[in-house]
Design a protein around this ligand. Structure first.
Ligand SMILES: [Zn+2]
Length: 138
């Protein structure tokens, strides 16, 4: 078994925000397909016989539900070398930088003001992440 880091390019494509359940489902299905494609491509590059684990980094703003991705992955990965792979999700909180007091802090959900000075002059700097951080293969 071997781990490798930092060579997984191919940031996943996040479409624009989804508003209906149907689009939401397609959103997660497309993301899961994308994850699987990248994992298989990397596994092949490393002459792996099997994908053991895929570590994903998921920002709270990405709108991705872990269980959905897990479900689709089981379905999509059938008959591939990733069919037994475990998916691990690292959630990144929504973080914002405040232009008024210069603080960078996590935001409370749906509370789009700086927690220090309550300014709304903020920019979201974290929480949109969606990528494969690392993989275990053998
Ligand atoms: Zn502030």
């Amino acid at each position: 078994m071997s781990d490798f880091y930092g060579e997984l390019s191919g940031e996943l494509n996040l479409g624009s925000d989804s508003y209906t359940i149907q689009i939401k489902v397609m959103h997660e299905l497309a993301i899961t397909q994308n994850v699987l494609d990248i994992a298989l491509e990397q596994a092949e590059k490393h002459n792996a016989g099997k994908v053991i684990k895929i570590n994903l980094v998921v920002g709270e703003m990405s709108g991705v539900v872990d269980e959905c991705v897990q479900f689709y992955f089981g379905f999509l990965s059938k008959d591939t070398i990733a069919s037994d792979a475990t998916l691990s999700f690292k959630r990144i909180p929504i973080t914002a930088h405040c232009y008024d007091c210069d603080a960078t802090s996590p935001l409370e959900e749906f509370n789009w003001v700086c927690p220090h000075c309550h300014s709304s002059n903020i920019e979201v700097v974290g929480g949109r992440e969606l990528y494969i951080d690392s993989m275990e293969i053998e």
